[in-house]
Design a protein around this ligand. Structure first.
Ligand code: SF4
Length: 364
């Protein structure tokens, strides 16, 4: 449990509270062109179903504000408009009903333009996210990308908004380098009380992205830094949400109703027991049968799927439900810390499900 959570002020993006003790939220970004309204709405709904709490959309031109307006009317999830350089797009997005904008005030030109955006954001209660990335740092002012230059650049933008007495902001500093991201976010966390959006940028795809993002985002979350997160993954953004959810669960910032633990197996595992298949089937069967009921109760059920009778019985007995491999395709079934009986590996998952049904009657 993270008990060193950094205190931040709270901002609201539509119905979503960010910072100030609100649960760490999960966001992603659409990958289809905004002008394809139907595809964008479908993607936002898929992200919402996967667990996204906010979705960001790139708004490239003023002409696209009309599409944004329509999208805002068809989805309930809070949306953030990603805007670069053009203050008129920001004004249009705010008027279209966006819940948050991402824009760096130092990049949109004259002060009066920033004032216009701030006035509109204030009027509509729209927070502004300042986002500094290693790849887009102003190379004239900051020739070297370092944790300090990333933080200084973010603070340049923060100062512009603070000078206009606008404090409804979220800050992010991202780099594709993990240590740089960690150090910059630590510096930032000491300087501001605004919520921090955490992520590793250009983290790649697949397993590499999952590991890199988990290390970067997970480290910061465990240090208490981060009020909202995004995993940046090349590919389907729904995958970002799935990985983000797992990171939040691993950091114990979000509860998994059913938590399946399984051993890696070794030479002690009976050849008749395919533990990988058994663990996957356990997850699938128990999730489809019990997920909603356990989630509604606010509890977590731990299920152990173990390969042998050496370490297996201990883990299985500590879990709410567990099985530990024996010989000849037989396994020992445990529930509520008690050893119940031997079961055949072919029926093990169904027997666990039946025992979980009994246990839930007592637990919930
Ligand atoms: S529980 Fe048994 S089978 Fe699994 S890794 Fe440990 S010793 Fe090996």
């Amino acid at each position: 449990m993270v008990n060193n959570k950094r205190q931040s002020r709270q901002v609201r993006a539509g119905s979503l509270a960010i910072g100030g003790g609100a649960p760490v939220s999960l966001q992603s970004m659409t990958s289809c062109p905004l002008e394809d309204i139907a595809a964008t709405i479908t993607q936002i709904r898929s992200l919402e179903e996967a667990g996204a709490q906010m979705v960001r959309l790139a708004v490239r031109t003023e002409d696209h504000v009309v599409h944004l307006r329509e999208i805002c009317q068809h989805v309930s999830l809070p949306l953030c408009a990603d805007i670069h350089f053009n203050y008129r797009i920001a004004l249009g997005a705010i008027d279209a009903g966006i819940d948050k904008i991402r824009l760096n005030p130092g990049n949109i030109g004259e002060r009066w333009k920033v004032e216009e955006v701030v006035r509109a954001a204030r009027e509509h209660d729209v927070p502004i996210r300042i986002g500094v990335n290693g790849g887009s740092l102003d190379s004239k002012k900051y020739p070297q990308v370092t944790p300090q230059s990333l933080t200084d650049s973010a603070m340049d933008h923060v100062k512009i908004l603070e000078d206009l007495h606008f404090n409804d902001m979220v800050i992010s500093i991202k780099s594709s380098n993990i240590l740089q991201t960690l150090q910059a976010n630590r510096l930032l966390a000491d300087l501001v009380e605004y919520p921090i959006h955490v992520g590793l940028t250009e983290a790649g795809y697949g397993l590499n992205c999952i590991v890199q993002s988990s290390v970067a985002i997970g480290s910061l979350l465990l240090e208490g830094i981060g009020d909202t997160i995004r995993v940046s993954m090349t590919g389907d953004p729904v995958e970002e949400i799935i990985v983000g959810r797992k990171i939040l669960e691993a950091a114990e910032l979000r509860r998994a109703p059913i938590h399946v633990i399984s051993c890696p197996t070794c030479g002690r595992t009976d050849p008749d027991i395919n533990l990988l298949e058994l663990a996957k089937k356990t997850d699938q069967v128990l999730t489809s049968r019990f997920h909603d009921r356990i989630e509604a109760s606010g509890k977590t059920v731990t299920v152990a799927v173990m390969g042998c009778e050496v370490n297996g019985p201990g883990e299985a007995a500590h879990a709410d439900i567990g099985i530990a491999g024996g010989r000849g395709g037989k396994m020992l079934l445990f529930a509520g810390g008690e050893k119940l009986r031997k079961v055949d590996v072919r029926n093990a998952v169904e027997e666990m499900a039946d025992e979980l049904e009994v246990l839930l009657e007592k637990l919930l």
